[in-house]
Design a protein around this ligand. Structure first.
Ligand code: FAD
Length: 442
Protein backbone atom coordinates (compact mmCIF):
# COMPACT_ATOMS: atom_id res chain seq x y z
CA UNK A 1 0.00 0.00 0.00
CA UNK A 2 1.23 3.55 -0.68
CA UNK A 3 2.33 5.69 2.24
CA UNK A 4 1.25 9.27 2.92
CA UNK A 5 3.14 11.60 5.24
CA UNK A 6 1.04 14.43 6.72
CA UNK A 7 2.60 17.53 8.26
CA UNK A 8 0.26 18.90 10.95
CA UNK A 9 -2.59 17.26 12.87
CA UNK A 10 -4.81 20.34 12.88
CA UNK A 11 -8.24 20.36 11.29
CA UNK A 12 -7.15 19.61 7.72
CA UNK A 13 -4.30 17.22 8.61
CA UNK A 14 -6.54 15.15 10.91
CA UNK A 15 -9.32 14.96 8.31
CA UNK A 16 -6.83 13.93 5.62
CA UNK A 17 -5.64 11.16 7.96
CA UNK A 18 -9.25 9.90 8.12
CA UNK A 19 -9.58 9.97 4.32
CA UNK A 20 -6.32 8.10 3.64
CA UNK A 21 -6.97 5.63 6.46
CA UNK A 22 -10.22 4.66 4.76
CA UNK A 23 -8.37 4.17 1.47
CA UNK A 24 -6.13 1.68 3.28
CA UNK A 25 -2.94 3.75 2.82
CA UNK A 26 -0.22 3.73 5.43
CA UNK A 27 -0.51 7.09 7.20
CA UNK A 28 2.05 8.97 9.33
CA UNK A 29 1.11 12.34 10.83
CA UNK A 30 3.77 14.64 12.34
CA UNK A 31 2.40 17.28 14.71
CA UNK A 32 4.37 19.98 16.45
CA UNK A 33 2.05 20.27 19.48
CA UNK A 34 1.38 17.73 22.21
CA UNK A 35 -1.64 15.50 21.74
CA UNK A 36 -4.50 17.98 22.28
CA UNK A 37 -6.61 15.19 23.78
CA UNK A 38 -4.24 15.20 26.75
CA UNK A 39 -3.88 18.96 27.14
CA UNK A 40 -5.76 21.08 29.63
CA UNK A 41 -5.61 24.28 27.57
CA UNK A 42 -5.04 24.50 23.85
CA UNK A 43 -3.63 27.77 22.65
CA UNK A 44 -4.59 28.98 19.23
CA UNK A 45 -7.24 30.51 17.14
CA UNK A 46 -11.01 30.82 17.42
CA UNK A 47 -12.71 28.60 19.99
CA UNK A 48 -15.64 27.89 17.71
CA UNK A 49 -16.13 27.78 13.95
CA UNK A 50 -19.04 27.93 11.56
CA UNK A 51 -19.39 24.64 9.70
CA UNK A 52 -21.28 24.79 6.41
CA UNK A 53 -22.15 22.53 3.47
CA UNK A 54 -18.68 22.01 1.99
CA UNK A 55 -17.26 21.00 5.37
CA UNK A 56 -20.26 18.81 6.11
CA UNK A 57 -19.86 16.91 2.82
CA UNK A 58 -16.21 16.16 3.63
CA UNK A 59 -17.11 14.98 7.15
CA UNK A 60 -19.88 12.84 5.71
CA UNK A 61 -17.42 11.08 3.42
CA UNK A 62 -15.51 9.84 6.49
CA UNK A 63 -18.66 9.04 8.45
CA UNK A 64 -18.38 11.88 10.98
CA UNK A 65 -20.94 14.43 9.81
CA UNK A 66 -23.94 13.45 11.92
CA UNK A 67 -21.93 13.06 15.11
CA UNK A 68 -20.19 16.43 14.67
CA UNK A 69 -23.31 18.32 13.63
CA UNK A 70 -25.18 16.91 16.65
CA UNK A 71 -22.53 18.45 18.91
CA UNK A 72 -23.01 21.91 17.38
CA UNK A 73 -25.48 24.78 17.55
CA UNK A 74 -27.49 25.62 14.43
CA UNK A 75 -27.50 29.24 13.25
CA UNK A 76 -30.32 30.18 10.87
CA UNK A 77 -29.87 33.91 10.45
CA UNK A 78 -27.83 36.92 11.40
CA UNK A 79 -29.23 38.92 14.28
CA UNK A 80 -28.04 42.50 13.98
CA UNK A 81 -27.78 44.52 17.19
CA UNK A 82 -28.18 48.29 16.93
CA UNK A 83 -26.08 50.69 18.93
CA UNK A 84 -29.03 51.62 21.18
CA UNK A 85 -28.66 48.18 22.80
CA UNK A 86 -32.36 47.41 22.26
CA UNK A 87 -33.24 47.25 18.57
CA UNK A 88 -32.36 44.10 16.63
CA UNK A 89 -33.16 42.91 13.15
CA UNK A 90 -32.89 39.53 11.57
CA UNK A 91 -31.41 38.59 8.19
CA UNK A 92 -32.08 34.95 7.27
CA UNK A 93 -29.08 33.15 5.75
CA UNK A 94 -31.16 31.40 3.13
CA UNK A 95 -34.49 29.66 2.71
CA UNK A 96 -36.23 28.24 5.82
CA UNK A 97 -34.16 25.32 7.12
CA UNK A 98 -30.87 26.47 5.59
CA UNK A 99 -28.34 27.07 8.34
CA UNK A 100 -24.72 26.90 9.41
CA UNK A 101 -23.50 25.18 12.58
CA UNK A 102 -21.32 26.55 15.38
CA UNK A 103 -18.77 23.86 16.26
CA UNK A 104 -16.13 23.65 18.95
CA UNK A 105 -12.70 23.63 17.22
CA UNK A 106 -10.92 21.52 19.81
CA UNK A 107 -13.65 18.89 20.02
CA UNK A 108 -13.80 18.61 16.22
CA UNK A 109 -10.02 18.17 16.02
CA UNK A 110 -9.98 15.56 18.79
CA UNK A 111 -12.80 13.53 17.22
CA UNK A 112 -11.01 13.40 13.85
CA UNK A 113 -7.68 12.28 15.40
CA UNK A 114 -9.45 9.53 17.37
CA UNK A 115 -11.35 8.44 14.27
CA UNK A 116 -8.18 8.19 12.16
CA UNK A 117 -6.37 6.28 14.92
CA UNK A 118 -9.02 3.55 14.82
CA UNK A 119 -7.21 2.30 11.69
CA UNK A 120 -4.14 0.21 12.60
CA UNK A 121 -2.01 1.56 9.73
CA UNK A 122 -2.30 5.18 11.01
CA UNK A 123 0.29 6.66 13.40
CA UNK A 124 0.31 10.15 14.91
CA UNK A 125 3.69 11.46 16.09
CA UNK A 126 3.03 14.33 18.50
CA UNK A 127 5.72 16.82 19.57
CA UNK A 128 7.40 16.23 16.21
CA UNK A 129 8.17 19.43 14.38
CA UNK A 130 8.55 19.47 10.61
CA UNK A 131 11.65 21.50 9.84
CA UNK A 132 11.89 21.31 6.06
CA UNK A 133 10.84 19.40 2.97
CA UNK A 134 12.87 17.98 0.10
CA UNK A 135 10.44 17.95 -2.79
CA UNK A 136 12.65 15.97 -5.17
CA UNK A 137 13.12 13.13 -2.73
CA UNK A 138 9.61 13.31 -1.23
CA UNK A 139 11.19 13.72 2.20
CA UNK A 140 10.46 15.68 5.38
CA UNK A 141 13.00 16.45 8.07
CA UNK A 142 11.35 16.18 11.46
CA UNK A 143 12.66 17.23 14.86
CA UNK A 144 11.77 15.40 18.08
CA UNK A 145 13.51 16.72 21.19
CA UNK A 146 17.13 16.98 19.99
CA UNK A 147 16.86 14.34 17.31
CA UNK A 148 16.35 14.97 13.61
CA UNK A 149 14.95 12.24 11.37
CA UNK A 150 14.11 12.09 7.67
CA UNK A 151 10.78 10.54 6.76
CA UNK A 152 9.77 9.52 3.25
CA UNK A 153 6.48 8.66 1.62
CA UNK A 154 4.78 8.29 -1.75
CA UNK A 155 2.86 11.48 -1.06
CA UNK A 156 3.42 14.39 1.34
CA UNK A 157 0.52 16.57 2.47
CA UNK A 158 1.52 19.90 3.96
CA UNK A 159 -1.30 20.68 6.41
CA UNK A 160 0.90 22.69 8.75
CA UNK A 161 -1.15 25.88 8.69
CA UNK A 162 -0.68 29.47 7.57
CA UNK A 163 3.01 29.56 8.59
CA UNK A 164 3.77 26.22 6.91
CA UNK A 165 7.35 24.97 7.23
CA UNK A 166 6.86 22.83 4.12
CA UNK A 167 5.78 25.86 2.08
CA UNK A 168 8.81 27.76 3.37
CA UNK A 169 11.07 25.05 1.90
CA UNK A 170 9.39 25.54 -1.48
CA UNK A 171 9.95 29.26 -1.73
CA UNK A 172 12.93 28.94 -4.06
CA UNK A 173 11.11 26.57 -6.42
CA UNK A 174 11.06 28.09 -9.92
CA UNK A 175 7.62 29.41 -10.98
CA UNK A 176 6.21 29.18 -7.45
CA UNK A 177 4.03 32.26 -6.90
CA UNK A 178 3.33 33.38 -3.36
CA UNK A 179 1.64 36.40 -1.82
CA UNK A 180 0.80 37.25 1.76
CA UNK A 181 -1.22 40.14 3.14
CA UNK A 182 -1.83 41.10 6.76
CA UNK A 183 -4.97 43.18 6.98
CA UNK A 184 -4.90 46.31 9.14
CA UNK A 185 -7.41 44.71 11.52
CA UNK A 186 -6.88 42.34 14.43
CA UNK A 187 -9.19 40.37 16.70
CA UNK A 188 -9.71 39.58 20.38
CA UNK A 189 -11.89 36.77 21.73
CA UNK A 190 -14.06 37.06 24.82
CA UNK A 191 -16.72 34.94 26.51
CA UNK A 192 -20.29 35.35 27.70
CA UNK A 193 -21.20 32.90 30.44
CA UNK A 194 -24.65 31.33 30.91
CA UNK A 195 -27.12 33.48 32.81
CA UNK A 196 -29.11 31.46 35.39
CA UNK A 197 -28.03 28.35 33.51
CA UNK A 198 -29.55 29.69 30.26
CA UNK A 199 -28.08 31.31 27.13
CA UNK A 200 -27.61 35.06 27.59
CA UNK A 201 -28.84 35.66 24.02
CA UNK A 202 -30.88 33.65 21.55
CA UNK A 203 -28.55 30.74 20.58
CA UNK A 204 -29.64 29.78 17.05
CA UNK A 205 -28.47 32.92 15.29
CA UNK A 206 -25.16 34.58 14.40
CA UNK A 207 -25.06 37.72 16.55
CA UNK A 208 -23.56 40.75 14.85
CA UNK A 209 -22.85 44.30 16.05
CA UNK A 210 -21.70 46.11 12.86
CA UNK A 211 -20.26 49.54 13.60
CA UNK A 212 -18.87 50.77 10.29
CA UNK A 213 -15.14 50.25 10.70
CA UNK A 214 -15.23 47.48 13.27
CA UNK A 215 -17.59 44.74 14.36
CA UNK A 216 -18.41 42.34 17.17
CA UNK A 217 -19.75 38.82 16.60
CA UNK A 218 -21.02 36.10 18.96
CA UNK A 219 -21.51 32.38 18.30
CA UNK A 220 -23.22 30.08 20.80
CA UNK A 221 -21.60 26.96 22.24
CA UNK A 222 -23.34 23.84 23.50
CA UNK A 223 -22.39 24.65 27.12
CA UNK A 224 -24.63 27.75 26.88
CA UNK A 225 -21.69 30.14 26.62
CA UNK A 226 -21.04 32.48 23.69
CA UNK A 227 -17.67 33.06 22.09
CA UNK A 228 -17.55 36.76 21.30
CA UNK A 229 -14.99 38.27 18.92
CA UNK A 230 -14.20 41.89 18.25
CA UNK A 231 -12.58 42.68 14.88
CA UNK A 232 -11.19 46.20 14.61
CA UNK A 233 -8.37 48.21 13.01
CA UNK A 234 -5.18 48.10 15.10
CA UNK A 235 -5.46 51.88 15.17
CA UNK A 236 -8.85 51.63 16.92
CA UNK A 237 -7.43 49.17 19.47
CA UNK A 238 -4.60 51.62 20.14
CA UNK A 239 -6.70 54.79 20.27
CA UNK A 240 -9.90 53.54 21.91
CA UNK A 241 -8.93 50.42 23.87
CA UNK A 242 -5.50 51.32 25.28
CA UNK A 243 -6.15 50.67 28.99
CA UNK A 244 -8.75 49.12 31.30
CA UNK A 245 -10.88 52.23 31.57
CA UNK A 246 -10.94 53.04 27.87
CA UNK A 247 -11.74 49.51 26.73
CA UNK A 248 -14.63 49.18 29.19
CA UNK A 249 -16.00 52.58 28.13
CA UNK A 250 -15.66 51.58 24.46
CA UNK A 251 -17.62 48.34 24.88
CA UNK A 252 -20.28 50.09 26.99
CA UNK A 253 -20.75 52.77 24.33
CA UNK A 254 -20.56 50.61 21.20
CA UNK A 255 -22.11 47.31 22.27
CA UNK A 256 -24.29 48.11 25.31
CA UNK A 257 -26.35 44.89 25.28
CA UNK A 258 -23.27 42.67 24.85
CA UNK A 259 -21.45 44.69 27.52
CA UNK A 260 -24.23 43.92 30.01
CA UNK A 261 -23.36 40.20 29.78
CA UNK A 262 -19.60 40.43 29.17
CA UNK A 263 -19.05 42.57 32.25
CA UNK A 264 -16.33 45.16 32.86
CA UNK A 265 -14.13 42.77 34.82
CA UNK A 266 -13.95 40.13 32.07
CA UNK A 267 -13.27 42.74 29.38
CA UNK A 268 -10.49 44.32 31.45
CA UNK A 269 -8.92 40.97 32.32
CA UNK A 270 -8.99 39.78 28.69
CA UNK A 271 -7.46 42.94 27.26
CA UNK A 272 -4.78 42.99 29.95
CA UNK A 273 -3.88 39.39 29.18
CA UNK A 274 -3.92 39.31 25.38
CA UNK A 275 -3.06 41.59 22.52
CA UNK A 276 -5.15 41.69 19.33
CA UNK A 277 -4.20 38.80 17.03
CA UNK A 278 -3.36 39.39 13.36
CA UNK A 279 -5.29 38.16 10.32
CA UNK A 280 -3.39 36.99 7.28
CA UNK A 281 -4.42 36.14 3.75
CA UNK A 282 -2.18 33.85 1.70
CA UNK A 283 -2.33 32.86 -1.94
CA UNK A 284 0.08 30.61 -3.75
CA UNK A 285 0.35 28.66 -6.96
CA UNK A 286 0.78 25.81 -7.71
CA UNK A 287 -0.40 23.74 -4.75
CA UNK A 288 1.32 20.53 -5.97
CA UNK A 289 5.04 19.92 -6.56
CA UNK A 290 7.00 17.26 -8.34
CA UNK A 291 4.18 14.72 -8.22
CA UNK A 292 4.93 14.23 -4.52
CA UNK A 293 3.98 17.20 -2.33
CA UNK A 294 0.71 19.13 -1.91
CA UNK A 295 -0.07 22.22 0.13
CA UNK A 296 -3.55 22.01 1.66
CA UNK A 297 -5.78 24.00 4.01
CA UNK A 298 -4.27 27.18 5.45
CA UNK A 299 -0.80 26.16 4.22
CA UNK A 300 -2.15 26.70 0.69
CA UNK A 301 -4.77 29.40 1.18
CA UNK A 302 -5.04 31.01 4.63
CA UNK A 303 -7.88 33.52 4.40
CA UNK A 304 -9.46 36.17 6.60
CA UNK A 305 -12.33 34.58 8.57
CA UNK A 306 -15.20 36.77 7.34
CA UNK A 307 -16.90 34.23 5.09
CA UNK A 308 -16.50 31.38 7.60
CA UNK A 309 -14.86 29.33 4.82
CA UNK A 310 -11.22 28.73 5.88
CA UNK A 311 -11.89 25.35 7.47
CA UNK A 312 -14.76 24.54 5.10
CA UNK A 313 -12.54 25.15 2.08
CA UNK A 314 -9.73 23.14 3.73
CA UNK A 315 -12.14 20.25 4.34
CA UNK A 316 -13.30 20.47 0.74
CA UNK A 317 -9.61 20.23 -0.30
CA UNK A 318 -9.49 16.80 1.40
CA UNK A 319 -12.64 15.66 -0.38
CA UNK A 320 -11.51 16.93 -3.78
CA UNK A 321 -8.10 15.27 -3.39
CA UNK A 322 -9.65 11.97 -2.36
CA UNK A 323 -12.07 12.03 -5.30
CA UNK A 324 -9.30 12.99 -7.73
CA UNK A 325 -7.08 10.10 -6.54
CA UNK A 326 -10.03 7.73 -7.02
CA UNK A 327 -10.68 9.15 -10.48
CA UNK A 328 -7.05 8.50 -11.53
CA UNK A 329 -6.83 5.10 -9.81
CA UNK A 330 -4.21 6.35 -7.36
CA UNK A 331 -1.90 7.60 -10.13
CA UNK A 332 -0.49 10.10 -7.66
CA UNK A 333 1.39 12.36 -10.05
CA UNK A 334 -1.49 12.92 -12.47
CA UNK A 335 -4.04 13.21 -9.68
CA UNK A 336 -2.20 15.86 -7.68
CA UNK A 337 -1.32 17.91 -10.75
CA UNK A 338 -5.00 17.92 -11.75
CA UNK A 339 -6.00 18.71 -8.18
CA UNK A 340 -3.66 21.69 -8.08
CA UNK A 341 -4.81 23.10 -11.41
CA UNK A 342 -8.45 23.07 -10.28
CA UNK A 343 -7.99 24.01 -6.66
CA UNK A 344 -5.67 27.02 -7.06
CA UNK A 345 -8.34 28.89 -9.03
CA UNK A 346 -11.01 28.18 -6.41
CA UNK A 347 -8.72 29.01 -3.49
CA UNK A 348 -7.86 32.42 -4.96
CA UNK A 349 -11.55 33.22 -5.47
CA UNK A 350 -12.68 32.32 -1.94
CA UNK A 351 -9.73 34.26 -0.56
CA UNK A 352 -10.96 37.39 -2.34
CA UNK A 353 -14.59 36.77 -1.36
CA UNK A 354 -13.56 36.42 2.29
CA UNK A 355 -11.79 39.77 2.12
CA UNK A 356 -14.84 41.40 0.52
CA UNK A 357 -17.18 39.96 3.14
CA UNK A 358 -15.56 41.99 5.90
CA UNK A 359 -17.25 45.07 4.42
CA UNK A 360 -20.52 43.22 4.64
CA UNK A 361 -20.07 42.20 8.28
CA UNK A 362 -18.88 45.53 9.60
CA UNK A 363 -20.91 47.89 7.47
CA UNK A 364 -23.01 46.81 4.47
CA UNK A 365 -25.55 44.77 6.48
CA UNK A 366 -26.91 48.09 7.74
CA UNK A 367 -27.34 49.64 4.28
CA UNK A 368 -30.79 49.75 2.67
CA UNK A 369 -29.46 48.81 -0.79
CA UNK A 370 -27.79 45.71 0.69
CA UNK A 371 -30.94 44.66 2.54
CA UNK A 372 -33.09 45.15 -0.56
CA UNK A 373 -30.73 43.09 -2.73
CA UNK A 374 -30.65 40.33 -0.09
CA UNK A 375 -34.47 40.23 -0.01
CA UNK A 376 -34.72 40.26 -3.80
CA UNK A 377 -32.16 37.44 -4.10
CA UNK A 378 -34.01 35.26 -1.59
CA UNK A 379 -37.36 36.01 -3.22
CA UNK A 380 -36.04 35.08 -6.68
CA UNK A 381 -34.41 32.01 -5.15
CA UNK A 382 -37.75 30.87 -3.72
CA UNK A 383 -39.24 31.03 -7.25
CA UNK A 384 -36.22 29.67 -9.15
CA UNK A 385 -34.33 27.56 -6.59
CA UNK A 386 -31.93 26.04 -9.16
CA UNK A 387 -31.44 29.02 -11.44
CA UNK A 388 -31.15 31.90 -8.98
CA UNK A 389 -29.02 31.11 -5.94
CA UNK A 390 -27.81 34.10 -3.88
CA UNK A 391 -24.04 34.54 -3.56
CA UNK A 392 -23.94 33.69 0.15
CA UNK A 393 -26.03 30.56 -0.43
CA UNK A 394 -23.82 29.36 -3.31
CA UNK A 395 -20.74 29.68 -1.09
CA UNK A 396 -22.33 28.29 2.07
CA UNK A 397 -25.05 25.83 1.07
CA UNK A 398 -23.72 24.28 -2.15
CA UNK A 399 -20.56 22.76 -3.56
CA UNK A 400 -20.60 24.87 -6.71
CA UNK A 401 -16.88 25.50 -7.31
CA UNK A 402 -15.95 28.90 -5.89
CA UNK A 403 -14.80 30.22 -9.28
CA UNK A 404 -18.19 29.33 -10.78
CA UNK A 405 -19.92 31.07 -7.86
CA UNK A 406 -18.43 34.43 -8.86
CA UNK A 407 -19.20 33.83 -12.53
CA UNK A 408 -22.85 33.12 -11.69
CA UNK A 409 -23.02 36.17 -9.45
CA UNK A 410 -21.64 38.37 -12.26
CA UNK A 411 -24.34 36.96 -14.58
CA UNK A 412 -27.03 37.74 -11.97
CA UNK A 413 -25.74 41.31 -11.57
CA UNK A 414 -25.74 41.72 -15.33
CA UNK A 415 -29.29 40.41 -15.62
CA UNK A 416 -30.53 42.78 -12.88
CA UNK A 417 -28.74 45.72 -14.51
CA UNK A 418 -30.30 44.98 -17.91
CA UNK A 419 -33.74 44.45 -16.33
CA UNK A 420 -33.45 47.79 -14.51
CA UNK A 421 -32.44 49.58 -17.73
CA UNK A 422 -35.32 47.92 -19.65
CA UNK A 423 -37.77 48.91 -16.90
CA UNK A 424 -36.52 52.50 -16.98
CA UNK A 425 -36.84 52.62 -20.77
CA UNK A 426 -40.40 51.32 -20.52
CA UNK A 427 -41.25 54.04 -17.99
CA UNK A 428 -39.71 56.72 -20.19
CA UNK A 429 -41.48 55.40 -23.31
CA UNK A 430 -44.77 55.25 -21.38
CA UNK A 431 -44.33 58.83 -20.21
CA UNK A 432 -43.53 60.05 -23.76
CA UNK A 433 -46.59 58.22 -25.13
CA UNK A 434 -48.86 59.78 -22.50
CA UNK A 435 -47.48 63.26 -23.21
CA UNK A 436 -48.05 62.83 -26.97
CA UNK A 437 -51.60 61.60 -26.37
CA UNK A 438 -52.40 64.57 -24.13
CA UNK A 439 -50.98 66.98 -26.75
CA UNK A 440 -53.05 65.34 -29.51
CA UNK A 441 -56.24 65.68 -27.43
CA UNK A 442 -55.49 69.39 -26.98
P1 FAD B 1 -4.37 24.79 11.38
O1 FAD B 1 -5.69 24.67 12.01
O2 FAD B 1 -3.55 26.01 11.65
O3 FAD B 1 -3.53 23.49 11.76
C1 FAD B 1 -2.16 23.39 11.47
C2 FAD B 1 -1.57 22.31 12.36
O4 FAD B 1 -0.20 22.12 11.99
C3 FAD B 1 -1.57 22.68 13.85
O5 FAD B 1 -1.98 21.59 14.61
C4 FAD B 1 -0.12 23.06 14.11
O6 FAD B 1 0.28 22.81 15.47
C5 FAD B 1 0.61 22.15 13.15
N1 FAD B 1 1.94 22.64 12.75
C6 FAD B 1 2.29 23.90 12.42
N2 FAD B 1 3.59 23.94 12.08
C7 FAD B 1 4.05 22.67 12.19
C8 FAD B 1 5.33 22.08 11.98
N3 FAD B 1 6.37 22.81 11.58
N4 FAD B 1 5.46 20.75 12.18
C9 FAD B 1 4.40 20.00 12.58
N5 FAD B 1 3.18 20.52 12.81
C10 FAD B 1 3.01 21.84 12.61
N6 FAD B 1 -13.01 28.70 9.16
C11 FAD B 1 -14.27 28.27 8.92
O7 FAD B 1 -14.51 27.47 8.02
N7 FAD B 1 -15.33 28.75 9.67
C12 FAD B 1 -15.15 29.67 10.65
O8 FAD B 1 -16.12 30.08 11.30
C13 FAD B 1 -13.84 30.14 10.92
N8 FAD B 1 -13.61 31.06 11.88
C14 FAD B 1 -12.36 31.51 12.11
C15 FAD B 1 -12.16 32.51 13.06
C16 FAD B 1 -10.90 33.02 13.28
C17 FAD B 1 -10.71 34.10 14.29
C18 FAD B 1 -9.80 32.51 12.55
C19 FAD B 1 -8.42 33.06 12.76
C20 FAD B 1 -9.98 31.52 11.59
C21 FAD B 1 -11.26 31.02 11.37
N9 FAD B 1 -11.49 30.02 10.40
C22 FAD B 1 -12.76 29.61 10.14
C23 FAD B 1 -10.38 29.47 9.60
C24 FAD B 1 -9.88 28.16 10.20
O9 FAD B 1 -9.48 28.34 11.52
C25 FAD B 1 -8.69 27.64 9.38
O10 FAD B 1 -8.94 27.74 8.02
C26 FAD B 1 -8.38 26.20 9.75
O11 FAD B 1 -7.97 26.10 11.08
C27 FAD B 1 -7.27 25.66 8.84
O12 FAD B 1 -6.93 24.37 9.24
P2 FAD B 1 -5.46 23.81 8.93
O13 FAD B 1 -5.46 22.43 9.47
O14 FAD B 1 -5.12 24.06 7.53
O15 FAD B 1 -4.48 24.72 9.79
Amino acid sequence: MPKVIIAGAGLVGALNACFFARKGWEVEVYEFRKDIRQMEHVQGRSINLALSYRGKCALEAVGLKDYIVDQGVEMHSRLIHDIDGKTMHRQPYGQPGEHIVSINRRHLNEVMITEAEKHPQVTFFFEHKVIKADVNKGKLTVQHNDTYVDVVGDLILACDGAYSAVRRSLMATPLFDFSQEYIAHGYVELNILPQNNEYAFEPNVFHLWPRGDFTLIALANRDKTFTVTIFAPYETFEKEMYDSESVVAFFKRMFPDAFAFLGAEHIEETFNRIKPLPLVSIKCSPHAFNGKVILMGDAAHAMVPFYGQGMNCGFEDCLVLSDTLDEYNDDIETAITTYSTNRVRDAHVINDLAMYNYNELKDLVNKTSYKMRKKLDLWLNSWFPKKWIPLYSMVTFTRIPYHEVVERRAAQDNFLKKTAIAAMLLVVLGAVRCTLKVQRLK
